[in-house]
Design a protein around this ligand. Sequence first.
Ligand code: CA
Length: 502
Amino acid sequence: MRAIKINKKDNVAVVIKEAKKGEELEGMDITLRSDVPQGHKVALSPLKKGDAVVRYGVVLGYLTEDVEKGDWINEKMLTLPPSPELSDLVFGGDGEYPALQPERTTWMGYDNGEGKYAGTRNILGITTTVQCCAGVLRAATERIRRELLPKYKNVDDVSALIHPYGCGVAIDAPDAFIPIRCVKNLAHHPNFGGEIMVVSLGCEKLSVDRILEPEEINDENVVVLQECDGYSGMIDSIMAMAEKKLEKLNQRKRTELPLSKLFVGTQCGGSDAFSGISANPSIGFAFDLLAKGGATTAFSEVTEVRDAVEMIAKRCQDKETVDKLIKEIGWYDNYLKKGGVDRSANTTPGNKKGGLSNIKEKSMGSIAKSGNSPIVDVLGPAEIPTKSGMNFIATPASDIVCGPTQLASGITLQVFSTGRGTPYSLKEIPIIKLCTRHEIREKWNDIFDIDTGDIITGEGTFEEVGLQVYNLILDCASGKKSRAEALGIYNDLIIDNPAPIT
Ligand code: CA
């Protein structure tokens, strides 16, 4: 049985397949003392109660019982170490760009002009100010897709940006800036080509002036349902505005652009013990190449960075960036505390089944997505980056919230890794899906774009697979459809609202 030990300091290895009692671990002089599920940890030496269990070269936790060499170590046998103190964080300028320049340094995108990220798709995005408009807009969007879209061949799609925010909320609460900024930046997303279209009810708290600039508020861009004559008047108004926008969007053409016009995000979901060995280091490799080539990249998921925050801090290049990191992570610590939990609330039953004992182990795998490049900036949820290179954008780790929040920051493509399997995707951007192991790809062959399982079985390296990821990012940014996109799978836009609902 093949087992993977990542760091020379590790006193555990994970088995690459379900293993039986009595099996030998290849090249490790270890006989398994019990059955071990796929991806789970095996002790490489005898350990006592209270001893540290080390994987990725870091302490995952302390044993609650003695174990022998060859024993299975599961989540019930570990206590979680405290998370690093935010007051101790120091920047170190430790980030490293790869030695090689990427060979491909251009892509085909929709230019949005000076100082703006270019689009990877040409979509009519119709923003709502409030959930109350959802039913009408959904019906109108169906008619736009059926009756108007076929006439405008250069437009890829129409998307109704329906979200749960907008009214019945404490709009002036200190934390309300998060959902407000999210909706505002979604309305201006690079894939919508600067064609603003907003459907408002008319009496909601998220008034149009909170999400549009004064010069954008006019009859060309905003439909107010309360000013329309009945349902048919609402549909007619939305259709008429959509047609004008489609005419303009139809003029857009892809042109060859530098990587500096590209903004790509990443997240993981349904992780397992292989996420940190195969899929996530491959993403890290691809993102290092992107950063080296001048693209903007982002990773997020605060509760999965919390336990490795000192490593992220070291990659920050100045005190200002570390101070921002402390502010964002500290905000999240308080947010969790208010809810009576801490970062350990993150892990799921599926994570544990996949061999991830606790949030420390999950975090070490999660941050592998961020590669080794310097962290150029730390941003709040839905903030738009101004610096090329790797940015940390503070968002929840929840897939369905991290996705729309990164989208609002302006990512035009996301790379998503999974070990357990999730069909998550978004409609407004291509999402490239990576799986961590062959077994899940065999089950869901039609959903994944890249199977990184060769790294687990020893048939490939993360550099080889990472280059494949890099090339697919540029192909999909240039128009190739990702699998989930071709299948038409997409999730709802769940906007994070940490402020009270009234
Ligand atoms: Ca996630």
